[in-house]
Design a protein around this ligand. Structure first.
Ligand SMILES: [Zn+2]
Length: 223
């Protein structure tokens, strides 16, 4: 989700070759382009079943499906580039995730869904699914609750926000089976990484504002 320059910058700082980092950015964010010309087995697979391979690789889904995708991606990176390639893919996912949860609303959603997930743990799966469904369907105040939590998060000071981020990263490290080295690297550089993400998000906001004002002008001109 941050721009590729930011991904490459941090991958290089972690000691990953630029070319590997650039390739993996493209593989994750624009797989079609990469796989079309890929001579390996994955390229072959892509030509036979483009939709299947895309479904396996693409998507910034932070749930369990995300884990299955990440496993396929990691296996591929390991075969092509060894452990450094795997680490580059992991770092890409972590940076995208950090960008995603930089939005208070996205963070609030994750906190709500993980608390309901934990609250129902230990129950049989079918009962659990029922409870989770009910929670989202029947709780009339769900959106109000989400809004309140979003506002609270937006008001947090930086240190408190960072502590939440670190907790979530620890969970992701277990869930995604990240290299310890990647986790340590991100924690050591968290302040600088978040600064880069904020810079990226500010630029993106400006771009959106600009395109919206152009739309408005178009409308005026059209009238
Ligand atoms: Zn990405």
């Amino acid at each position: 989700m941050p721009d590729w320059n930011t991904h490459v910058k941090w991958a290089s700082t972690l000691g990953i070759d630029r070319e590997i980092a650039e390739f993996i950015n493209k593989l994750i964010d624009d797989p079609e382009e990469v796989l079309k010309g890929d001579p390996t087995e994955l390229g072959e697979l892509y030509r036979r079943d483009p939709e299947g391979v895309k479904a396996a690789l693409i998507g910034h889904d932070w749930g369990r499906k995300g884990k299955a995708r990440l496993d396929i991606l990691k296996t591929y990176c390991r075969i092509r580039f060894g452990e450094k390639g795997v680490m580059a893919a992991e770092l890409h996912h972590v940076l995208d995730y950090l960008t995603h949860i930089r939005s208070p609303e996205n963070l609030a959603r994750i906190i709500v869904s993980s608390s309901i997930f934990h609250a129902t743990s230990g129950k049989p799966l079918s009962e659990r699914m029922k409870l989770i469904k009910e929670f989202y369907r029947d709780r009339r105040d769900y959106s109000r609750y989400l809004k309140k939590l979003t506002e609270e998060i937006a008001k947090l000071n930086y240190e408190s926000y960072k502590n939440i981020i670190i907790e979530l990263l620890k969970n992701k490290t277990r869930e995604w089976e990240l290299h310890r080295e990647v986790y340590d690297f991100v924690i050591d550089n968290l302040n600088e990484i978040l600064k880069d993400i904020d810079k990226y998000l500010a630029k993106k906001r400006k771009r959106i504002a600009r395109s919206q004002s152009i739309n408005t002008l178009d409308k005026w001109i059209g009238n």
